[in-house]
Design a protein around this ligand. Structure first.
Ligand code: GSH
Length: 212
């Protein structure tokens, strides 16, 4: 399989970590959405990453759709998203908060990377930052109440942990979300626990702003 996109994207990284954990080998096209826009568009008309080319030649777009395919590939016994019931709903909710926060972070970064300074709109950036921080705070509270030595859902690591940690690490690298005012203590502890694992370490890439 071919995974297109850089690991400084939390959406690409959650797919890469999942493939490592599920022992699914892949080639990595380390292409930037700025510099390699034309090349990426040959595989995905949106010009977005991640895009996955399967061994059968299918092109999958959108990280959620790719993760769904990977879970299906390994079967219900090894799938990383709980199959049903309350655990599945909780995992999906936490992942929606985390990917939503990451999207709000990306919007703030693109405001700087792609928009000329005199065309930027600070109230819009402030709104994105508030939405991002509020979503992270909700996850942090949830984990604090559950117990910081626990996984987010159930008794083992799930896709909720992978996605939340990818979003949090990215936002902390790129936008310094954990400041003196808001530490996100529980989230930081979960991130430290996950980031020490080989699948996370092998895919750790600090955010570099895209340039066209
Ligand atoms: N919802 C998408 C978000 C992916 C996304 O925002 N990717 C960014 C990189 S972090 C991208 O491709 N940006 C280029 C663009 O949208 O023009 C997913 O989960 O795959």
């Amino acid at each position: 399989m071919l995974l297109i996109g850089m690991f400084d994207s939390p959406f690409v990284r959650r797919v890469a970590i999942t493939m490592r954990l599920l022992e699914l080998p892949f080639e990595h096209a380390n292409w930037s959405v700025g510099r390699d826009f034309a090349r990426i568009r040959e595989y995905n008309p949106l010009g977005r990453v991640p895009t996955l080319v399967t061994d059968g030649g299918e092109r999958l777009m959108e990280s959620a759709a790719i993760l769904d395919y990977l879970d299906e590939l390994v079967g219900p016994g090894r799938a990383l998203l709980p199959r049903s019931g309350r655990e599945r709903r909780e995992a999906l909710n936490l992942m929606a908060l985390a990917t939503g926060a990451a999207e709000k972070g990306v919007l703030q970064l693109y405001e700087r990377a792609f928009r000329p300074e005199d065309k930027r709109h600070p109230p819009w950036v402030d709104r994105c930052r508030l939405q991002m921080s509020s979503a992270l705070a909700a996850i942090d509270r949830y984990l604090g109440e559950r117990g910081v030595s626990q996984w987010l859902v159930g008794k083992q690591m799930t896709q909720a942990d992978i996605t939340v940690v990818c979003a949090f690490t990215f936002l902390d690298d790129a936008l310094r979300v954990a400041s003196d005012h808001v530490m996100f203590e529980s989230l930081s502890m979960l991130a430290a626990r996950c980031e020490s694992l080989p699948a996370f370490q092998d895919t750790r890439e600090r955010f570099a702003p895209p340039s066209a």
